[in-house]
Design a binder for this molecule. Structure first.
Ligand code: ADP
Length: 510
């Protein structure tokens, strides 16, 4: 959209939008390789749209093998010198990067809002704060890259070291791009690796902006950012022989493919994949907290576009009506609108593809005998929202647990409520799913809380809260939800370093 049209389109958020469009225009058509923000080798591009009004925000390079090759070579060339820098010094550079990003945080958050459709107040700004916090966590952990000594006997020095792996490939989705950038590049770089990050085709700009800032602190080649489609750029990146580690966040279907590519060259991989997560309310729960916990847990203010979303809400029959009424009241009060408006709580879905996917499952629910739409179910009535990909927060019940609506990841603002009476039956239903990412239980009964924690099949388990995974919370799933953990000290040690065993035998003294 020409910047002159922005005022008409955006009303009171116009100045913010105009600045973000300008920033997007400046980044348009560029990648960051070898410390230079510039044109790629490819001359093909794809369009990045603002999902709130379908305006063109920028054109992003459609990188293929040649650009992958150039970025990996740059990361490979930068690796020996970067790995030789003392770890705490690398950490200080990442901390400095976090400071520089923080200094421009408001403008970057507006750009993030523009390309993702996420509301500035409830999503984009908190995401920036979370990403900065994540970078600072890892920046401070450089001194913790310690090995061990092993008591092997007199005259023998037996120890292990934690060493970097080399070039790491990061492949990220669009739903929390800056947070995921930080979760991957923070530990990778502090541990002494260099990186090539491929952004998601729907949201390549904000990560590129952060990389542009990082360029002021990091040596050229240490952190490279390219854009492109999965098969054309992501695949050759994952398969590249010089890439010694792949960290991926995205769908389970693509995660499985990536695991296949890297298996062929025996390279470690971390996969953070989908979820269809139970949010369980017991009869004795504090409903003052559990009811807002359903809204927060489902990430309705991110249009439900989160793998952690609590999309299967199991509610005890004794409190069923109160919970459902309370959740519906809150969902109907949520303000959908211009993502850059401070008053907006819910923005637009990322793409038509995602919108159609959501519609597909909602139609399937409509065709399910006994299904009840408790609220939402499609586009909101407000004519101002017709231009964008807005979808009303939707709550459905009467759907059997084995329906695809309850079993498959919709990745939109649609939650199913399932009533229950027997704890063991409910737990069996909660576990009767191919995913195992997150789970929450609301109760005052410590014994039940422990039963739940011990038996639920999920990698991220909470009681009496449904928070987003924070920095320093080891996060990752079981079953189809992935392999390995991220966001924590363990993730840096286990997934971004390798260990070496060294035995020095002094021999006979003298
Ligand atoms: P989503 O459904 O959230 O868009 P995807 O799993 O499709 O998630 O995409 C997540 C990331 O994986 C994106 O950066 C995308 O370009 C990339 N990707 C998609 N397909 C492949 C593939 N075959 N190989 C490597 N990367 C891929």
């Amino acid at each position: 959209m020409p910047v002159s049209q922005v005022a008409v389109e955006f009303g009171r958020s116009a100045p913010l939008a105009a600045a973000a469009y300008k920033d997007a225009d400046r980044l348009s058509g560029k990648v960051l390789v070898d410390g230079v923000l510039g044109p790629p080798l490819t001359n093909e591009t794809f369009v990045v749209e603002n999902p709130a009004n379908m305006a063109v925000v920028a054109n992003a390079p459609r990188c293929r093998e040649a650009d992958v090759e150039r970025a990996v070579k740059s990361a490979h060339d930068a690796y020996p010198a970067w790995a030789a820098i003392p770890a705490r010094e690398r950490g200080r550079m990442v901390a400095r990067m976090a400071d520089l990003i923080e200094a421009e945080c408001e403008a970057i958050a507006a750009l993030l809002s523009l390309e993702t459709g996420n509301a500035l107040a409830t999503q984009a700004r908190p995401e920036m704060a979370g990403a900065i916090d994540m970078l600072r966590l890892f920046a401070g952990l450089g001194g913790e890259l310690k090995g061990r000594t092993v008591p092997s006997g007199p005259g023998i020095l037996h120890y292990t070291t934690r060493d970097p792996l080399g070039v790491v490939a990061g492949i990220i989705p669009w739903n929390a791009p800056v947070y995921l950038m930080a979760a991957k590049m923070g530990p990778a770089l502090v541990a002494g690796n260099t990186m090539v990050l491929k952004t998601a085709e729907q949201a390549p700009l904000t990560v590129l902006r952060c990389a542009e800032i990082a360029r002021h602190v990091l040596p050229p080649g240490v952190f490279n950012v390219i854009s492109g489609y999965g098969e054309e750029a992501g695949r050759p990146l994952a398969e590249h022989p010089l890439v010694r580690k792949v960290t991926f966040t995205g769908s389970w279907t693509v995660g499985r493919e990536i695991a296949g590519y890297v298996a062929a060259k025996l390279c470690p991989v971390t996969l953070e994949l989908g979820g269809k997560n139970p949010n369980i309310i017991m009869a004795d729960a504090d409903l003052e907290r559990a009811i807002p916990g359903v809204v927060q847990g489902m990430r309705f203010t991110r249009q439900g576009q989160s793998c952690t979303a609590g999309s299967r809400v199991f509610v005890h029959r004794a409190v069923y009506d109160r919970v459902v009424d309370g959740v519906v009241e809150r969902l109907e009060a949520l303000r959908l609108g211009d993502p850059l408006d401070e008053a907006t709580e819910v923005g637009a879905m990322i793409s038509e593809e995602q919108f159609d996917r959501c519609t597909y499952y909602v139609e399937m629910a409509r065709d399910t005998p006994g299904a009840r739409f408790l609220c939402g179910g499609g586009r909101p009535d407000d004519p101002d929202l017709r231009k964008g990909l807005f979808f009303s927060p939707t709550l459905i019940d009467g759907i059997p647990n084995d329906s695809p609506v309850c079993q498959e990841e919709i990745f939109g603002p649609v939650a199913c409520v399932l009533p229950w009476t027997d704890f063991d039956d409910m737990m069996a239903a909660a576990n009767d799913i191919a995913f195992g990412l997150a789970a929450t239980l609301w109760t005052r009964d410590l014994s039940r809380a422990m039963d739940f924690a011990e038996n639920i099949q999920a990698g991220f388990v909470q009681v009496n809260q449904y928070d987003t995974p924070q920095p320093n919370v080891a996060y990752g799933g079981l079953k189809r939800s992935g392999l390995g953990k991220e966001y924590s000290y363990e993730s840096m040690i286990d997934h971004f370093t390798t260990s070496k065993t060294i035995i020095i035998n002094r021999g006979t003294p003298g």
